[in-house]
Each structure stands twice: as structure tokens, then as C-alpha cells.
Design a binder for this molecule. Sequence first.
Ligand SMILES: [Fe+2]
Ligand SMILES: [Fe+2]
Length: 287
Amino acid sequence: MVTSNNPPATPLGDSDKWENDLLRRYPREGKGGRKFRDYESEARPSVREFYRLNHRHQTMDFVREKQAEYLPLRKRRMTVWEALEYLNTLVDDSDPDIDLPQIEHLLQTAEAIRRDGHPRWFILAGLIHDLGKILCLFGEPQWAVVGDTFPLGCRFSEKIVYHQFFADNPDSVQPEYATAPGIYEEGCGLNQVTMSWGHDEYLYHVVKDRLPEPALYMIRYHSCYPIHREGEYDHLMNDHDHEMFAWVKAFNPYDLYTKSSDRVDFTALRPFYEDLIEEYLPGELAW
Ligand SMILES: [Fe+2]
Ligand SMILES: [Fe+2]
């Protein structure tokens, strides 16, 4: 709990709250399955407030502004290891029972993928998929870094969690955005679609020329629960998106269900991951 005596030590507090809330919304199959429940009314007030802000402020204009600010990738130059260490300076101690350092989540995700015998680029996607959260260290608010992502420029799906908060989004009253396809052609492909801004889209642009395409889809759409879990926005996708989303769906359980309080042996794992980074993403990257 965040109390006045114990404020979040870093700006990443709500990131873990969002991720823990995802687990509540999408519990692991076999642990009671997914029954109808009123997830929204059961959420913590801080999660609800997080979505209120996210849905109010994620507009086409906002995303264009953030694309112009970040996509030239002129903030820093860092190796992947430096980015991991940089991200790890964000530790939320407001919820010590459930929160892990970011690097633990990334290594736990990657190690579970590795144990299942997947290709090396899949393991690497696990290792780096949340590095875009360094946006927090550049001063971005929580709602502009994490949370479910969704297309902009078209009608907001009613299956997006807390859909009602879009009533306060200025894009909701733009006639050209009010239809299901909005400003897009049916079947245009997600690459033509402007997504809400966050850590997925940012990291995709950092690595987009360097990794196999399934890894890029995992990175770019792993928070797009309205598509990969709810099956929405089919009308904007093309056949290639459908093929690639099989990989996004394969990735999602590793992201959601591998969190464990068992500490990873960072020193023992480091040589394997240094080789892996060297293979695909050597040297400094532009962030
Ligand atoms: Fe993520
Ligand atoms: Fe993650």
C-alpha cells in the first residue's frame, strides 16, 4: 500500500501495479480458469486512477508529440546491458511483497523461454521486452509508459479495460475517429495504425532493424491485450499480422506467469546473455 509515510521511492510504482492487475484479469489457465467477474470494480483504486489518466490523455495528438520527441532516438546511447542496469535503478518499494526489480522480471521471462527450448531471438525478446520502461527515467508519467495499449484514430473497443474512461478522451468526439475503421482502410495492417504511446512502441523503434520479425511483434504488441487476448481490431489487421500474432500470443504467458520471488543468479547467467546480446544487438544502441 502507498501511504503518506511510505511514498513510492521511484516513479515506477504503478507499472508493477498494472502488471499485477493483469494477472488478476488474466489468471493462469487451470487455476480456476477465466470466469466472468467484475474485474474493474475489484481493482485497486490506484489501478483505476491509472487507467482514468491513461484513457483521458492517450490521443492522436499526444502520440504524435511523443513520436516527434522520442523516435529520432537522440536521448542517449547505451548498450543493452547499460539499459538493463539503468532500468534497474527504478525499484518500487511501495509494495515489497509483490514487486521485483525489473531485471529479475526480464531474466525470469527469458529463462523460462530458454528452458522451453525456443530460438535464441525469442529468449532475447524476453530479456529486453520491457527496456522501453526507461521512458520513466526520462520523466514520462506512468500512464504514458505502461498499461494496455490500443489503436488510436478509430473507435475505442468496448473490450478495453475501463472503456468508460474514454468518454473524457478528446478523440472520442472527433467524427473521423468515431467509426470502427476510423481513419484507416479495413485490413490495412497494424503497421499503418497509430497505437497508444508506451514502452512497447518505443523499444520497437530502438531495435526494429536488428531482430527477426516475430521478436519485433512480441516487443511492439506485448501490452496490446485488446488484440492478443480479447481478439479485437481484427478489421485493421492483415494476414501477416495474424501470422505474427501467433508469436505475440506465445510470448504472453512468459511475460505474465513467470514472476517468482526466487532470485535469479545474475552472475551465473551473465555470460550467456552477453553472448546473446552480442549476437543480435552488439555495441551501443541509440535510445
Ligand atoms: Fe511490458
Ligand atoms: Fe514484462
